[in-house]
Design a protein around this ligand. Structure first.
Ligand SMILES: [Zn+2]
Length: 274
């Protein structure tokens, strides 16, 4: 038992030393940020998530990429937004999953999954090309801001500390301590992680709006989507899933409305920034 706590201690020190070198520059903001992973790691992790998800869908009998025309439309929009993004060198790819979920998500490194329910007349989110571009730009913004691997980096420290604490408690047979520790970890997950993911959603909204405008899509569409969500949430209490994220829809509308004049300028100038 003693051995395992020593082992965890060594791992923790090694990780902290390693993470001294994980200060890096955020590709979107140019600010200093912490990411333990390289761009190649993002690509590798993303590929794994993507192929596993698509494989799971197929085993469940859910078709992937069967509507060729829609897949082409998605690819065209993704290509145009990627061209004005901050990490265009990622191997971007988009898959259409034929299931009635109004959702889209991005794995690190540029692998995007779009669910057909997005176009659903009742529960869906998008009714035209610009609105589709708004959803895709939001996902591409997450990829460029590297939100997934940044979150994974942030989780390393607390996970390791928790593991050391748990090993210690186990070795001392201190059940009470282990229980308190588990509680603390849950609070960390609930408060800290939620805080960061809320911040990530706002950032993806902001960056996505500028990307779509620079790529030639009307940024007003992003505001339209979120206004619709606000109305929808007013009518029934089940939030749509693309949206089942932490910032409230009215707050997201507010931020996007404030950014709209700048985004419209980019859109109307019609010359994608380098
Ligand atoms: Zn998001």
């Amino acid at each position: 038992m003693r051995h395992s706590s020593w082992l965890y201690g060594i791992i923790a020190v090694a990780a902290l030393l390693l993470c001294g070198g994980c200060a890096t520059t955020d590709y979107v903001t140019g600010a200093e940020t912490y990411n333990f992973y390289t761009l190649e790691d993002d690509v590798r992790i993303g590929k794994e998530v993507y192929s596993q998800t698509l494989e799971q869908m197929r085993t469940k009998g859910i078709p992937v990429n069967e509507d060729r025309e829609r897949v082409r439309e998605l690819q065209t929009i993704v290509d145009r937004i990627v061209a004005v993004s901050d990490i265009p060198q990622f191997p971007y790819e988009v898959a259409l999953i034929h299931t009635n979920v109004a959702n889209a998500m991005a794995a690190p490194g540029g692998k995007i999954m779009v669910f057909e329910g997005l176009w659903d007349r009742e529960k869906g989110l998008v009714s035209d090309r610009d609105e589709l571009a708004a959803v895709l730009a939001h996902e591409i913004a997450h990829v460029n801001a590297r939100h997934s691997t940044e979150a994974m980096t942030r989780d390393m420290g607390p996970s390791i500390l928790f593991a050391i604490g748990a090993a210690y408690a186990q070795s001392q047979e201190k059940e009470e301590f282990a229980r308190i520790l588990a509680g603390t970890f849950m609070v960390y997950q609930g408060v800290v992680v939620t805080h960061y993911s809320r911040r990530a959603e706002y950032e993806a909204d902001r960056v996505g709006m500028m990307y779509m405008a620079r790529a030639g899509y009307d940024p007003e569409a992003a505001v339209r989507i979120w206004r619709r969500v606000v109305e929808e949430q007013g009518r029934n209490h089940s939030p749509l899933s693309f949206i089942s994220t932490h910032p409230s829809a009215p707050q997201r509308v507010q931020q996007l409305e404030a950014l709209l004049p700048r985004a419209r300028e980019l859109y109307l100038s019609g010359t994608p920034e380098p």
